[in-house]
Design a protein around this ligand. Structure first.
Ligand code: PLP
Length: 380
């Protein structure tokens, strides 16, 4: 069983339309995708499509003013993209532990890590469960810090009724990588309600050119003329990817409903097993369910690795989110990180397994997973 993106006839037809139109890179489809995405998020945000969430995180941090010598607080319990973008700017990632229940960055750990050099915080909404944003936003105000949300897992997630992307932070970035809740093959979206951030990211997204390529070819100005105002990057999304995104976006509420129902099926099936099921923060968060990550309780004698091996004997592919960054050679050795500094991330890592959850999954697929989990735990 692999993670299959849900691509329908509409996405295929729209890609073909772009291919036939002669305009395959950033153009009218990207513009439409951005407008429709911003409309979905509502409120007064603007959206900028990127070739990845990693690019968006880089540009978001740059736009809020992160520079060489600054410190940016991030969880150890995340994907390496969250940390590497800090380094792209010559700043220092400061790794902190997560809450043992939600596995999201622990606000108390953030506060303990703040120094005179701290410039920003990157909360990561693990698996699609929103972080404790009230605490994070309050702290950002108190210490005058920027908040750049890594919402790679969090489309769509609601926190206290409001979509992630509309909270009182500086900028939010979603991922449309192939295995995320909606996919454009590769891609991401940056949203912000600050017009200065949007303007800066727009320029930096395409070589530091002050107008994007499509405008250049469709406006009255001579088509050969442009100005470079910064040494920018090459992070634009092609229309071929936006073609997929336009139709994925139309289906996102159906996808979300389906993922939520699938999570409920798992919750119900596993409730009397020796497993810690995903935190839900009921009444506070509406979960996006990018991942369904279970933890083996102490009474399970099987190791996490053996659990995954047994599951693969039943033809069920599992994964681990995440191998905490404090264990990855580059971060561990570069910043002298030890497991003792991250007791909760470390404990979660030893026992966590992501079991299959993807939009295209059928109830029969789910029943096969449930049966394999039961059989695997019976061995233990
Ligand atoms: C997937 C992911 C990213 C990066 O997304 P890309 O679109 O592949 O660049 C960043 N952060 C987290 C937590 C992710 O899971």
């Amino acid at each position: 069983m692999s993670i299959i993106p849900y691509i329908g006839a509409e996405e295929i037809a729209e890609v073909v339309d772009s291919l036939r139109s002669g305009w395959i890179t950033t153009g009218p489809k990207v513009k439409r995708f951005e407008e429709e995405f911003a409309e979905y998020i509502e409120s007064d945000v603007q959206a900028l499509a990127m070739n990845s969430a990693t690019s968006g995180l880089h540009l978001g941090l740059e736009a809020v003013g992160v520079k060489a010598g600054d410190e940016v607080i991030i969880p150890s319990y995340t994907f390496t993209a969250t940390a590497e973008v800090v380094r792209y700017l010559g700043a220092t990632p400061v790794f902190v532990d997560s809450d043992p229940v939600t596995l999201n960055i622990d606000p108390k750990a953030i506060e303990a890590a703040i120094t005179i050099k701290t410039k920003a915080i990157i909360p990561v909404h693990f698996a699609g469960l929103a972080c404790d944003m009230d605490a994070i936003i309050a702290m950002a105000r108190k210490y005058k810090l920027k908040v750049v949300e890594d919402a790679a897992h969090a489309f769509p997630t609601r926190y206290k009724g409001n979509l992630v992307g509309t909270l009182d932070t500086d900028v939010t970035i979603y991922s449309f990588y192939a295995n995320k809740t909606m996919a454009t093959a590769e891609g991401g979206m940056l949203v912000s309600r600050d017009p200065n951030i949007i303007e800066r990211c727009k320029i930096m997204r395409l070589h530091g050119i002050s107008r994007d390529a499509f405008d250049r070819y469709s406006s009255k100005r001579p088509s050969w003329y442009y100005e470079i105002v910064e040494p920018g990057f090459k992070y634009n999304m092609p229309d071929i990817c936006a073609s997929i995104g336009i139709h994925q976006l139309k289906k996102i509420n159906i996808f979300h409903k389906k993922r939520t129902e699938m999570a409920q099926v798992y919750d119900e099936a596993f409730k009397s097993l020796p497993l810690t099921l995903p935190a839900r923060s009921l009444g506070i968060v509406e979960h996006a369910w990018h991942l369904y990550a279970i933890r083996l309780n102490d009474e399970v004698t099987l190791s996490r690795d053996d659990f995954i091996m047994k599951m693969s004997d039943y033809n069920i592919g599992c994964s681990v989110h995440f191998i905490p960054l404090h264990l990855q050679p580059v971060w561990r050795d570069g910043y002298a990180l030890t497991p003792e500094q991250f007791p909760h991330a470390e404990a979660a890592y030893q026992r966590i397994v992501s079991i299959p959850l993807y939009t295209k999954m059928t109830i029969d697929d789910q029943l096969r997973v449930i049966s394999a989990v039961n059989k695997t735990l019976d061995h233990a």
